[in-house]
Design a binder for this molecule. Sequence first.
Ligand code: 6PG
Length: 467
Amino acid sequence: MSKNKLGIIGMAVMGKNLALNFADKGYKLAVYNRSEEPLKKALEEDATGNLEGFSSLKDFVESLEKPRRVLLMIKSGDPVDQMCNELLKYLEKDDIIMDAGNSYYKDTIRRTNELKEHGINFLGVGVSGGEEGARLGPAIMPGGDKEAYGHVKELLEAVSAKNEDGGVCCKYAGTDGAGHYVKMVHNSIEYGDMQIIAEMYLILREAFKIDNDQMAKEFEYFKDGIQSGYLLDIAVNVLKEKDEDGSYLLENIKDKAKHKGTGKWAALEAIDLGVETSVLVAGLNARVISSLFEDRKEFSEMYPRGDYETLDIAMWRDDIKNALLLSKIIAYAQGFALLKEAASEYNWDFDYKSIAEGFTAGCILQGRLLKEIMDAYEENPKLSNLLLSPVFEDIVKECSSSLRKVVSKAFELEIPIPALSSGLSYFDSLKTYPGSANMIQGLRDYFGAHTFERVDREGTFHHKWNR
Ligand code: 6PG
């Protein structure tokens, strides 16, 4: 009997759907799950007969063609280490373990090195697109040893999403943790992008007091352009969805958002590398504040929002649309700036155009903006910030006054818009030249002799300040 091409460990929702996707593409697969039920379910759902289920890890590994390719779709963290240790009993030199979960890239680097000592190639593979993506074609961000990747490239490309130009959304990112790093930044942009959408919703709800069906219509208008994409599409559906009693489901959902870690890692990373990703971090912080549910109730009673006149949406529609577009571009600019810094910090030779292309289909970020980002990097692969690209220059110029108007109005109306306002401040800070850091330097030198540079002479200076 011919051996299995690939083995997948973990038959929960993502693993099962990915396995069915591989099976559909004609690959013979070994599938393993610790508990019986999910494994049974996967085998039942397989209409191709390409899945072979195993309850023994040893038999599972032995059923694989060499070099053995094992893909882990299990909970990130300790379970990955435990499974790698177990697999070490059965794997041989040059076999490959792929971790397709949302693992922390530093763990991936560590595991790569640890497993290398046993002759095993470890690949950190970012996978995006949720359940549907896994089943029909996710975006895949592989990282690890390039040669080892050569043994799985065809397989991963086969199941990955393809964009409308036929582009394959499976892009090798770089060595060791690069794939998981790209996925982490993808998720961080996802946080920012979603927060922008949430703020637009809040503005519509509070300033215009329109109902959800009307909001959905406005969102249909907002998303008509290069800002269109998966998240805005599903926002329309989320707005319109009705609950069992006919009310809008969205209004029955507690505004208390959770997170599982990738957005936090990216925020810590940005601070570590000295990259300003305020819009993305605003997405994280807004979730943090949202969970202060009881405090917020108390705040709202102690400091109630004023009564404001309802605004006319017709007067604001275009400004909101432009503000949404620009803040979204800024979110991506910040995410890609983080990637750029990481490339030099960790010696990854990121191809930003390819990373953007990898996001064009299958993943949560999929949308038209990615094509413009590809153009920007095509024109200048070393671009220091997306907002400096001629591709975005006119849009930024056109939309910045709208963003300013929307932010000012929201502040006036006491509507919290941390992502929009951070985006605007980021933009204003970058284009303020000279800025105010001379004052910071003066203060630092005054109280701590921290020295400063001068505009008129080279060198480092300390001044004897008049006290
Ligand atoms: C994806 C998603 C997914 C991700 C969550 C983030 O690309 O399919 O990014 O992998 O883990 O959406 O989860 P939290 O919002 O819970 O942190």
